[in-house]
Design a protein around this ligand. Structure first.
Ligand code: MV4
Length: 498
């Protein structure tokens, strides 16, 4: 087994990887930028190496400096975390060339799945259902011909895409030409490739993804699904396992799991990966894309399967065989994760970096907190302001929701704004509680809550309550009004929502 592993990342995921390394008796080497000199991942690591200035292009994205750090500290392997270089085929190849083990799939698999049309071709090779569409980049004339055959609406997508950039829905031929130009120029700016392909548009789909895990000898299992339909601007907000839809239609898990494994194996995939599916209103599922990394939301899978995905990633990278078969994997209970951000959900989710002056963390039965903050630390403005991922596990979904609400009530972050209060409202939402989730959920959630939509007398009260709630976020000082959990404030809000 490796004696030392370098973590080419920061924040909560670096801390998450360090924790498993410590449990495995492996030395953890951190890397950091100027903004991260006092960050928790640096404090927790056995050794740390400075990379460069705060902008990630000058630090966490510097392949040369990261490989120098690995050599200098004698790291035999690199865990890339998520984001940064985790899905960069050149980085994986540079590790391979430098004789440092990349804890992830081969650079060839990353490259194959990085092209969205390449991913579709692999999925089809493996016999997984894909949305009707093209498997190569096209011209606007070809997009028009596709729509004439398959009908509108269609969705133009960037071949090099991801994260919704370079994506345009087209509902009639009149709009096609302009949308194609917009999509291509956005794709060019974001990915330095203007290549566009087309799919039929699935309206208000659910986003359900399958965790897969394979060794380097062609063995692969799936660890079930995660429901990730609650997103805002292509950023996930709440994730859960199992999906309420799949839990109600248990045959879906095996069908989606087998499709995911076949799509991944077609690309020669090994290590941990996630196959994303869209599920339409008739519960038909379609391969969407594959993420060739450990994902932010992996804890909910760990909670319901009892598996440590990071440990398995490291063992597989070291050449181990999968230690279990598909039949040995069992799912137990229900897990929900909230991404706790330093941001203001009532002011267009504006990032709210700053110094944390007070921190009370939720604890107790069924609670898992993957964080990177401590009292006195200043959240840097240079990076994604994810403070922690709060996960709750319980025997049933209803109990997991109750447990999450209890934990959110215990959570107190002073000095910066957070989205903790926003999660309380989502978890109290009737549609959420009923498991009626889809990718338009957040938009509809805000529409349901618009004070203007309430009857006139109530509207004034609702606006007042919202204003008070907002005030409590601005001055999170007294113990009574933290996170808007003051008893009378909560009662006022509940009256508004009924
Ligand atoms: C789609 C779609 C509907 N139909 N493809 C968004 C990100 C990109 N990776 C793929 N995305 C979508 N592809 C077809 N054919 C809807 C989305 C989509 C979406 C997907 C998953 C989660 C949230 C989403 C929000 C908006 C659009």
């Amino acid at each position: 087994m490796f004696r030392k592993v370098l973590i080419a990342n920061r924040g909560e995921i670096a801390v998450r990887v360090i924790r498993t390394l410590r449990e495995m008796g492996i030395g953890a080497i951190a890397v950091y930028s100027d903004a991260d000199r006092t960050s928790l991942h640096v404090r927790m690591a056995d050794e740390a190496e400075y990379l460069g200035p705060s902008p990630s292009a000058e630090s966490y994205l510097r392949i040369d400096r990261i490989l120098d750090a690995a050599r200098k500290h004698g790291a035999e392997a690199i865990h890339p975390g998520y984001g940064f270089l985790s899905e960069n085929a050149e980085f994986a190849a540079a590790c391979e060339d430098a004789g440092v083990v990349f804890i992830g799939p081969s650079s060839a698999s990353i490259r194959a799945m990085g092209s969205k049309t390449g991913a579709r071709r692999n999925a089809q090779l493996g016999g997984a259902p894909v949305v009707p569409g093209t498997d190569h980049g096209i011209t606007s004339e070809e997009a028009r011909a596709f729509a004439q055959t398959h009908g509108y609406p269609i969705l133009l997508k960037a071949v090099a895409g991801g994260g919704g950039k370079g994506m345009r829905a087209v509902r009639s031929e009149t709009d096609l030409e302009a949308a194609f130009r917009d999509a291509a120029s956005e794709a060019e700016r974001a990915f330095r490739s203007s290549e566009i392909y087309v799919e039929k548009l699935i309206e208000q789909p659910r986003h359900i993804e399958i965790q897969v895990l394979g060794d380097q000898y062609g063995n692969m299992v799936h660890l079930g699904e995660r429901e990730c339909s609650i997103q805002r601007r292509h950023q996930k907000v709440v994730e859960e396992a199992p999906s309420p839809l799949v839990a109600a239609h248990s045959e879906m898990r095996q069908a989606m799991g087998e499709a995911a494994i076949r799509a991944a194996l077609a690309a020669g995939y090994y290590n941990a990966g996630t196959v994303e599916f869209l599920v339409d209103q008739d519960r038909r599922f379609y391969f969407l894309e594959m993420n060739t990394r450990l994902q932010v939301e992996h804890p909910v899978t760990e909670l319901v399967t009892g598996v440590d995905l990071v440990r398995l990633q490291i063992e597989i990278a070291d050449g181990a065989r999968l230690p279990f078969s598909q039949e040995e994997i069992a799912w137990r209970g229900s897990a929900i994760e909230c991404r706790i951000y330093a941001e203001d959900p009532y002011n267009d989710f504006l990032p709210s970096p700053g110094t944390i002056v007070r921190l009370d963390r939720p604890m107790g039965p069924g609670i898992r907190l993957d964080g990177c903050v401590y009292a006195g630390w200043t959240v840097p403005l240079e990076y994604d302001p994810l403070l922690a991922k709060l996960a709750a596990w319980a025997g049933t979904r209803d109990q997991a929701i109750a447990r999450m609400l209890r934990a959110l009530g215990e959570y107190d972050v002073g000095g910066i704004r957070t989205n903790i209060g926003f999660f309380r409202q989502i978890l109290e939402d009737e549609e959420f509680r009923a498991g009626r989730l889809h990718t338009g959920f957040i938009e509809q959630f805000f529409a349901r809550r618009k004070p203007a939509a309430a009857p006139s007398g109530l509207a004034a009260i609702a606006a007042l309550v919202a204003a008070l709630d907002h005030l409590s976020q601005e001055t999170p000082q007294g113990p009574a009004d933290r996170n808007g959990t003051s008893p009378w404030l909560a009662a006022g809000r509940e009256a508004m929502l009924r």
